[in-house]
Design a binder for this molecule. Structure first.
Ligand SMILES: Cc1cc2nc3c(=O)[nH]c(=O)nc-3n(C[C@H](O)[C@H](O)[C@H](O)COP(=O)(O)OP(=O)(O)OC[C@H]3O[C@@H](n4cnc5c(N)ncnc54)[C@H](O)[C@@H]3O)c2cc1C
Length: 512
């Protein structure tokens, strides 16, 4: 790839246009440029950073989980547009899906490894993925201009040519692929302004849901959370939209919306012996709550009840999503794969509506069994076993201390007459600890943004704009997103390939 460019001041004598300009040297932009350049046309990438693939290098903790071997892949994506996700994702993936992606990378010399469906480069280094893409761009003589932020885009109606504007420069092109991604993973530089790539599209009249951060940590203001700081625990986590929980004075408000065993939930328990109200839901009156939602299959897509249109999150109303995996605790936030997945839904909820997270730390166990076991252990070690040591055999010791605090009991061996009630309270907390989150972390800490250019404004076969001929979209700038696990990069590869190829076809057509 060559760094010398043919950029011209707007006032200069017009030069022949570059057939195709790709905006953004990220995953989808590089893919689009390669597919476009393979048609034999000249392609130029404009990239605002000093180096390509900055985000790609961060993926999979530096190992790059580049796709997922999920047979139901197209159905895992979400968008705000009812009915559109599967249609568009289905068409895009059937034209250039996982197999085509793996073949593509193999042809570039990148071997991959499958870890339970999660695909990584054999080297386990994201750099390998970037390196093979750059080598191919180089072979195809694709020019990349760095430190070159596109600030304006417009199309000359008479000639049909595009003018891609940067600071003081204008680049003419027959076709443009807008592959500028989202604000996810980008920190605001001190004093500097970071332009949201979505604005490039809206300035042209494209519309869509403004991007929101997703696949990120949730902030939890509970002062006791410091007790868990640094712990990693397995849990099945359910996100309950705050409005689902019945509030005092609204009897049965949510009853018809919730599955039975959650519908009986009330955030009220008799106060613990020292008067502290435990923040748990009461036992579910004989039912084995909360195993009402099918556990998500390993780390696949969450189960959503009831399904929103096309998986979309309603601005208000019922949302129940459940994920299982490792939770990471700090003094103020909760992260790890299950929380990341749930954050996609939490991000869309109204700030006035508290987000309730319900934790089941022992998803494979019945509450009644746990309670019996705890009570029997307390009996066996009467007078010597503190509640936190008791729970230490079930969960991480820091979580054990936190749960005891939440139970309202003192962390000392209980009196014999308190053993049954203590066992009941601890078993309930192990199965249904409820924490309130007050939001998700901002875009700089997010892996993706939901929202973007509406799928209704692009042609599914080409990802071309329905408003302007010669404009194509790829990657995260479109309103489609997938869960953690390689789904978002797969969208970047597939949409980049489709948009790049279609842009080349369009530019060739203009040439004639
Ligand atoms: C920490 C982290 C970990 C992740 N891990 C994974 C993972 O393991 N698997 C997975 O599938 N997904 C992962 N993702 C998500 C994945 O990286 C993105 O979905 C994917 O990179 C989107 O590709 P893109 O090409 O659309 O956007 P990007 O990769 O963001 O590329 C867009 C490019 O456009 C440039 N640009 C933006 N605006 C302009 C402008 N005005 N002018 C010129 N250039 C511009 C940007 O600098 C950037 O280089 C992760 C994301 C993060 C942040």
């Amino acid at each position: 790839m060559s760094k010398e460019t043919t950029n011209h001041k707007s006032s200069d004598r017009p030069e022949p246009p570059t057939p195709i300009i790709v905006i953004g040297a990220g995953a989808s932009g590089m893919m689009a440029a390669i597919l476009a350049a393979r048609s034999g046309l000249r392609v130029q990438i404009l990239e605002k950073q000093k180096k390509p693939g900055r985000k790609l290098l961060l993926t999979g903790n530096g190992r790059c989980n580049l796709t997922h071997l999920d047979p139901g892949l197209p159905s895992r994506y979400h968008s705000q547009l009812p009915g559109c996700t599967e249609n568009i994702a289905g068409q895009v993936f059937s034209a250039f899906g996982v197999e085509a992606t793996l073949n593509f990378f193999e042809s570039l010399g990148l071997l991959t490894q499958d870890r339970d469906g999660y695909v990584y480069p054999m080297s386990a280094q994201a750099h390998s993925v970037l390196d093979v893409l750059l080598a191919e761009l180089d072979r195809l003589h694709v020019r990349i201009r760095y430190d070159c932020e596109v600030t304006a885009l417009d199309c000359d109606a008479a000639s049909g040519l595009w003018r891609v504007g940067t600071e003081g420069w204008s680049y003419p092109a027959r076709a443009v692929v807008l592959a500028a991604g989202s604000m996810a993973g980008i920190a605001e530089s001190a004093g500097g302004r970071v332009r949201d790539p979505f604005q490039l599209a809206t300035a042209l009249g494209h519309t869509g849901k403004p991007p929101w951060p997703a696949l990120t940590a949730m902030h939890c203001p509970d002062p006791d959370l410091a007790l868990c700081d640094g712990a990693r625990t397995k849990a099945c986590v359910t996100l309950l939209h705050g409005s689902l929980l019945p509030h005092p004075g609204q009897p049965g408000m949510a009853g018809s919306l919730l599955p039975q065993s959650l519908a009986v939930a009330r955030p009220i328990l008799p106060a613990g012996p020292d008067g502290a109200a435990p923040s748990i839901l009461p036992p579910s009156q004989g039912r084995t709550a909360p195993s009402i939602l099918p556990p998500s299959q390993g780390r696949t897509a969450p189960s959503i009840l009831p399904p929103g249109p096309d998986g979309a999150v309603p601005e208000s109303g019922p949302v129940i999503v459940q994920e299982e995996g490792e939770v990471q605790w700090t003094a103020s936030e909760l992260s790890g794969i299950p929380l990341f997945q749930l954050s996609r839904y939490a991000s869309g909820c109204s700030p006035s509506c508290p987000l309730m997270l319900s934790f089941d730390f022992l998803p494979g166990f019945e509450e009644a069994w746990i309670q019996d076991k705890l009570q029997s252990l307390l009996g066996t070690y009467r007078g010597t076993l503190s509640p936190s040591r008791l729970l230490g055999g079930f969960v991480h010791s820091r979580l054990a201390t936190f749960l005891v605090k939440k139970s309202g009991y003192k962390d000392v061996p209980p009196a014999p007459e308190d053993e049954a009630a203590l066992a009941q309270a601890l078993a309930a907390l192990l199965k249904r600890l409820i924490l309130t989150a007050d939001g998700v972390r901002d875009h700089s800490r997010a892996q993706i943004c939901t929202g973007g250019v509406s799928l209704s404004e692009v042609e599914p076969e080409t990802l071309s704009s329905r408003l302007y001929p010669g404009l194509f979209f790829s990657g995260e700038i479109l309103d489609i997103d997938g869960p953690c696990g390689g789904y978002n990069l797969q969208w970047a590869w597939s949409s980049g390939a489709i948009a790049g190829e279609a842009a080349a076809k369009y530019a060739k057509g203009m040439q004639k």
